[in-house]
Write a protein that binds this ligand. Sequence first.
Ligand code: 5AD
Ligand code: SF4
Length: 444
Amino acid sequence: MSSVDFWGKKFHVVTYGCQMNVHESEKIRGLLYNLGMIESNDIEDADVVVFNTCCIREGAEDRAYNNIMALKKVKQADKSKIIVVCGCMPQQKNGKYNLKTKLPFVDIIIGTHNINMLDKYLLKFDETHKRIIDIMETPVASMDNVKSVRDDKTNAYVNIIYGCDKFCTYCIVPYVRGREKSRPVKEIYDEVKDLVQNQGYKFITLLGQNVNSYGKDLEEKMTFSTLLNQLCTIEGDFKIKFMTSHPMDFSDDLINVMKTQPKVAKALHLPVQSGSSKVLARMNRHYDIKHYMRIIKKVKHAIPNISLSTDIIVGFPGETERDFNQTMKLIKRVKYDQIFAFMYSKRTGTPAAEFLDQIDERTKSIRVNKLLRQQKLIQKDQVKKYFNRTYNCLIKQINGVAVGITDGGKEIYIPTYRYNNQNYFADIKVEDVRNHKLSGVIVR
Ligand code: 5AD
Ligand code: SF4
């Protein structure tokens, strides 16, 4: 069977989860375009529907499962439709849903390690019409050489390291994404160069579960800071962001690169997970709050305009009111620009799922709401810090108004500016803060 059978047929990709999955779906789209297929916005009208799933929390699994289920009737009415489920959910052992038995109308089920074979599986299914279920224990090949089809024309995701070796006790990622594997520097360099110089991207976001581990597994050892320095030698008007960082591996070198390289965005996502050192130890995070605060202090000192964000889990097993209050205290101290707060979700197969002192759902919900309410107040107050400061921003036009976007994603309106182009970086001094909105003038 040849790919001719797929020419002109329509596909639709549904993505759940993190930026890694979003980027993986850009590659899945690349694979399907390569088969001569075209993309459809209409899931019911598509000949091939791919669900790229996530299992980081129960909610993500429920959402994906319910949406796949919703397609059952459509499949029954049109047997020629091909449904694929891939990503983290199938890769999970003993997950909440046994996809194989619960979703008999799904034609192809594959895990995270063989997603690069999706096109071949489609061709095979087209020939045999036999259900394909293929979950592998280790990666068969990467998608590094598959062309990504990106919707976003400003920011491009680029993988630098896959997998995770950290084994935080709550987290399923190391089990479904495997061991850390860095991409060779040259490959990353060439991809970034092409995105900046040939495709006009202004932001490059380097992706990895833990970017600070980059290079440890390479034959020619490398550090993440060295990689950043090398990428900054690429000519062009662009900036580099990265996520996610782990406080344990976060080095002074990296702070220095962030400070001194104008091409490195002044934004840092540094998950803390909890404000209690006792909870952090049970999470197997390998740092305490003293260590974390030391990093924050150094970063703020080196880069006063830094935009900080974090991830927090509330209701981890054994979290007392006192532990939770320490998390409340921490966000008041750090004053993040943004926090992502999650209720702890038990993941089968992880050590924390076996801890006996689980917290009830009601307490988790009360705590997460309290935390988010507090953060809202902090953010309202935080806008004041922008006043009279100068930020290097990407100039955009939004609804006919010139706007500067800071590295942290904050919008600064430039009411007096008569632009005739956009998509370049300029320094904007904030002159007014009103109703939590910022406005300013271009100073350079
Ligand atoms: N329950 C709740 N949140 C979790 N995260 C990871 N695993 C879990 C879990 N079992 C959160 C962490 C991580 C983010 C991507 O998801 O905060 O940084
Ligand atoms: Fe999960 Fe921890 Fe790895 Fe992040 S560092 S992916 S939270 S195990």
